[in-house]
Design a protein around this ligand. Structure first.
Ligand code: ARG
Ligand code: ZN
Length: 870
């Protein structure tokens, strides 16, 4: 059942135009599809015509040039329907019957809270009708949607509305036309009782684009931020990439039931409500930033994804890696660049590096898969974006833009490969990226080991670097990669040394297994600042002394590297403490950490958001990723110990910074205000770590006075996760009462409880699954409760008696049939069994085995479970 990149074959037939008619009903929905088909020059006539249709789709009729086919005219092989003999050019008509109201997989056409909507990427279109559902088959679409007028006053599809009408039986219809050829995965349809906000955008060539964001009536007051973000994104893409929008209308629809974040369907984006709704009262700062980022991401796909799309699904990172890079740069320009970089790197190093080291590790261009939905991963998206970023670093801003211009010009309207992308970058810049291409085919996180020498007589400094990359499934050995290493040297006073060409940061080309770089005229032994800005997605090891890390924290000219030095210092200290704890040695905190943190807190000239980042200890998840064997209890114990020690050592300054960061006036999600709130809440969380009742009172006071969700939910989660049980209970109840009608806030309420590190949380989570506000069919609720507990509450999920694992095993078996995509995603924590001690390994594997042994496994779950046990 595995599909291989090496087996790719061009399509034998192309679709010139597709005309669809949807008759939407409460029970049976009827879909009529007319495709004008021609043999592909590359394929040739005479070959069989291949369509795909899911088993849940009933094929009522199929005709070629008005000739109805009988079963002997075609062959069914799994999802494939093969028409044996067709002319070189023909009309293919199908009629299919589907039941969107019963579609719990949320792929294809389904119902979300009473409205019809679609999700066709990657292979959802085949759940609607029989079609050559592959991204290299592109067609123009004309779509008529017909439904009951009272229940579904709004009928949408891709492109522009061209015709409409109604009949006297209370039904109406609208026809939409999308002039841009697109693969079926970009098709979309929405029908529902929706309201909208409207705006317009004058493009760089002075065309007026109508912007519409649709949602349920009760959410109409939460759409403005998405609209503002959309306009910013449109402007940014014109200014930075020279890309202009191409249709007269751009629509976004918010839906409650959605497997992922959002979808870039041509002219009709469909969004998870969690990625589009924003209001100060109900949305945290992080939520606002996610809305801004995702709205931009989907908008940027109009060029990087839609105008130029993927030849096949192995090329997914072609559009996702590039588009994540684009949205990250957009967010960096809208807010604080360094903060955005720190957040992205923290996610990459924690979760993507763990994926790279796990049983599902794959290159950003995988060589094979069983179920493509399993490859919408941090590797394809975030590491893919890092690979594009490295090209940007190697080429520089101007040449990168030239490469991007060439890529869009050369491939507009085509379905292409990652190789085509790299070739455009090479051709525009003249830079040889042949070795660099290994980033697309080799999995795993490369490691750099540094050592150095200084010769005081010759004033010469030499930096030695060794690169390696651990084995990953199917790849025992790796070739050396081309790694851009941004670095600088600091003198004893903490100033940057000027290196060649007057530069203080150089980008060295690390291309060999072992390499040395020599620097002349260095007057005293420098301290190296390595991998500035995280110039490559690698692990880097230099034998820093703790004092050197403190020095870099205070002096490095690169803001990212100052944060990184603080992380390295904290990691080094915590790793020693974990070792002490395991050996029964009493814990004492290295006072250098307290002093370094105090210095940062006392420096009022620093960006407050960065202060908050620097003072945030590496997460348990990051310490786990770094560990050879994860000692869940020791990691949890030590991190809490360090937090408490820091809190006690810095109590008075924490309190004064907390007070100084108070904001007056109306809530605003701008970078400076977000910075103040993040530092203020960080101070409060340290103060709460002292477990003193006076700080409980302070947190409760913040909760009561908060006029925004950021401060309210931060206070709630600190209290809810504290040992003050009664206070926790009271506040949680109060929060629910206040917000029970706001689904997304209730999800936060679920998540806060699911991530409580205190004992007894599993029982709470089991009880919450019975709560009237919970719905096993809603992915957002599942992610909040099940995902929160299994993925973000290590100390409870990994309880020694295995009850956390059993709980997840049970839920996966329930979800497997209902929603395979979500089931397979929720499995991730169990797949990492190799990193735990023997007893936990056995229990985790037992659950995986139990799932593997059960009947009716979806391809999604089967692939993850079987690969994890292999
Ligand atoms: N292309 C979408 C995005 O990144 C993701 C949609 C994937 N959906 C899925 N069911 N696999 O914006
Ligand atoms: Zn995307």
């Amino acid at each position: 059942n595995e599909i291989f990149l090496k087996d790719y074959q061009a399509p034998r037939y192309l679709i010139e135009s597709t005309d669809m008619h949807f008759e939407l009903h409460e029970q049976d929905t009827l879909v009529r599809t007319r495709m004008q088909v021609t043999a592909n020059v590359d394929g040739g006539a005479g070959a069989a015509f291949e369509l795909f249709g899911h088993e849940d789709v009933e094929l009522c009729r199929i005709a070629i040039n008005d000739q109805v086919l009988s079963e002997k005219d075609y062959q069914r092989q799994g999802e494939k329907l093969i028409v044996k003999s067709v002319p070189a050019s023909f009309l293919c008509e199908t009629l299919t019957r589907i039941q969107p109201q019963d579609n719990t997989a949320l792929e294809g056409l389904y119902k979300s809270d009473g409205m019809f909507c679609t999700q066709c990427e990657a292979e959802g279109f085949r759940r609607i009708t029989f079609y050559p559902d592959r991204p290299d088959v592109m067609s123009v679409f004309r779509t008529t949607v017909e439904a009951d007028k009272a229940l579904y006053p709004v009928l949408l599809s891709n492109g522009n509305p061209v015709e409409q009408g109604e009949s006297d039986d209370g039904r109406h219809w609208i026809t939409w036309e999308d002039p841009f050829p697109k693969p079926a995965y970009l098709f979309a349809l929405v029908a529902g009782d929706l309201e909208y906000i409207e705006d317009s955008y004058p493009t760089m060539s002075d065309r007026d684009v109508k912007l519409l964001i649709y949602g349920e009536a009760k959410d109409l007051d939460k759409l403005e931020y998405a609209m503002a973000s959309l306009k910013n994104a449109m402007r940014w893409d014109e200014e930075v990439y020279g890309r202009e929008y191409d249709l007269d209308i751009y629509m976004i629809v918010a839906v409650d039931f959605f497997n992922m974040g959002a979808m870039e369907n041509k002219g009709l984006n469909i969004f998870n409500t969690s990625c589009v709704l924003a209001h100060p009262k109900t949305t945290t700062d992080a939520g606002f930033q996610r809305v801004e980022g995702v709205v931009a991401h989907e908008y940027f796909h109009n060029w990087s994804g839609n105008r130029v799309t993927c030849r096949d699904w192995f090329q997914l990172s072609l559009k996702e890696g590039f588009t994540v890079f684009r949205d990250a740069e957009f967010s960096a320009d809208m807010n604080s660049r360094t903060v955005k970089r720190v957040e992205d790197v923290a996610l990459l190093r924690t979760a993507q590096f763990a994926e790279d080291a796990g049983p599902m590790a794959h290159p950003i261009r995988p060589a094979s898969f069983i179920e493509i939905s399993n490859f919408y991963t941090l590797t394809i998206y975030e590491k893919g974006a890092e690979v594009v970023r490295m090209i940007h670093t190697l080429l520089g801003e101007e040449q990168f833009r030239a490469g991007s211009d060439l890529y869009f010009e050369r491939h507009d309207g085509q379905a292409v490969t990652t190789d085509d992308f790299v070739a455009a970058m090479e051709d525009a810049s003249g830079r040889d990226l042949s070795q660099f291409r290994l980033w697309y085919s080799q999995a795993g996180t490369p490691e750099l080991k540094f050592s150095d020498e200084y010769d005081p007589q010759a004033h010469r400094y030499v930096l030695h670097v060794q690169q390696s990359c651990p084995a990953s499934p199917g790849q025992a050995t790796k070739e050396p990669m081309h790694i851009p290493l941004a670095m600088g040297l600091l003198d004893q006073q903490g100033n940057d040394l000027t290196l060649v060409n007057g530069e203080t940061t150089l980008v060295l080309d690390v291309t060999e297994a072992e390499q040395s770089f020599t620097f002349e005229n260095i007057q005293s032994r420098p301290v190296p600042s390595l991998l500035r800005g995280f110039s490559a997605p690698v692990k880097s090891h230099y034998p820093y002394q703790r004092d050197e890390l403190v020095f870099l924290m205070a002096n490095d000219s690169d803001g990212f590297s100052r944060w990184d030095a603080a992380q390295k210092l904290a990691v080094d200290i915590m790793q020693s403490l974990i070792h002490d704890h395991q050996n029964g040695v009493a814990l004492t905190l290295d006072p250098r950490l307290v002093d370094a943190f105090r210095a940062i807190l006392e420096d009022s000239t620093l960006d407050k958001a960065m202060v908050a980042k620097v003072l945030t200890l590496p997460s348990e998840a990051y310490l786990s990723e770094l560990a050879t064997e994860i000692d869940v209890d020791a990691i949890h114990h030590v991190r809490n110990f360090v937090r408490k020690e820091l809190a006690q050592g810095l109590e008075s300054i924490l309190l004064s910074v907390y007070e100084a960061c108070e904001l007056a006036g109306e809530y605003s999600p701008d970078a400076a205000s977000i910075a103040r709130r993040s530092l203020r809440n960080l101070c409060l969380s340290y103060l709460m770590a002292t477990e003193e009742a006076r700080y409980l009172a302070l947190a409760e006071e913040q909760y009561v006075n908060a006029d925004n969700m950021t401060d309210q939910s931060a206070a709630l989660s600190m209290v809810a996760h504290s040992r003050f049980k009664q206070a926790a209970h009271k506040l949680l109840e109060r929060f629910y009462k206040q917000w029970q009608d706001e689904a997304l806030v209730v999800n936060q309420w679920f998540a806060i409880q699911a991530t409580n590190p205190e004992p007894g949380t599993l029982a709470d989570v089991e009880a919450l699954m019975q709560h009237p506000a919970f719905d096993m069919k809603n992915p957002n609720k599942l992610r909040a409760l099940l995902g929160g507990f299994c993925g973000q509450n290590a100390i409870n999920f990994h309880m020694a008696d295995g009850s956390g694992y059993r709980f997840l095993g049970d839920r996966i078996l329930e979800l497997n049939k209902q929603n395979p995509q979500v089931a397979s995603r929720m499995l991730t924590p169990l797949t990492r069994w190799k990193k735990y001690g023997e007893a936990r390994q056995q229990q985790m594997k037992a659950q995986l085995q139990r799932i593997l042994d059960s009947d009716g496994l979806s391809k999604d779950v089967y692939e993850v479970v079987s690969k994890s046990l292999a």
